[in-house]
Design a protein around this ligand. Sequence first.
Ligand code: ADP
Length: 355
Amino acid sequence: MSAFTQEQVQKSLEKIQDPETGRALKKQIKEVVVEDVNITAKIGLTSFAMPIKDSFAKEVNDHLKSDFPDATITVEIVDHSRPATPLGQVGLKAKAVIAVAAGKGGVGKSTAATSLAIGLKRAGCSVGLLDADVYGPSLPHLTGTRGQVTKVDGKIVPLIAEGIPLMSIGFMIPPGEAVIWRGPMLHSAVTTFVRDTDWGELDYLIIDMPPGTGDIALSLSQLLPLTGAVIVCTPQEVALIDAIKAVGMFRKVKIPVLGLIENMSSFICPDNGKSYDIFGKGGAKEYAEQDKIAFLGEIPINIQLRERGDAGKMGDNFNDPDIAPYLDSIAHELVKTLTANAKANPVQVQLPVLG
Ligand code: ADP
């Protein structure tokens, strides 16, 4: 005879919050088996939260351990599907829309956006990648994706890069051609990107924003609710000043700043294994702490990373032990931040759930 019942374990699990919505687990409790002192719990997690699967399993385990200290606990995380609700007037089906931005060009914003998208995809999320850097679309180059988009049933079909649907102005104009953008044209290009593109159902739409200016951010925020912005900067003090400006710009247009990524943090010399802080160290992290912005991680200067970018093989960075842990960690930290926000402000069910 066990000291606790299956019902008690079920009740205990119902006190845990789902990482995606912050709501109490209910249908996600797939199976609870109690045999003597052994508890086995099968809990469903949506693909949105898969990057934090291990820490969630630990949270469930710790929670049960604290309620049933004498139990031997086994937690198994399984898939739980939850469709994305259409966003704004454009009806884009995405659970989170993340703008990756920088105060100025050349800090590795596109590299970070691509790596974030690939990292989320590899962790099990459904991801789309939008190159909204209309002044210098570099995602076709970084991902080695060439071609022109086609239309099916009036919707633009994005090209596929690293298994991710990718849309770029680079697929709509001849390579190398300069486009002079005026305000209304910018707005209509952005509308085409989000409204007229067949993105399918996404957990995350990652947007590579143009550097500096707020035009595209404003256009986007008029079309759909942006979940937030991730700001990329380098460690130099001048770069930090630009990053702080970018943070201010997003806050001004009421787009939450989700986190900061420091790129080109240090250089590990392949000849002697020594680490050199070429641009200084720690400034971005310190600023993030002061301004209560999550520090999502750093990316060291790495020659292969640059070479793979030029060869259009960014996915290969995830098989490189010198760089993969940094990139994986950024995707993980972003999801950690989003799920912590959801837990603090649970998403309310908008329609009555019947049955
Ligand atoms: P941005 O989008 O900010 O203009 P990119 O992501 O296009 O910057 O990066 C500019 C150049 O710097 C690219 O050639 C890219 O491969 C390189 N680069 C970016 N980050 C790193 C890094 N951590 N190590 C080495 N090269 C990098």
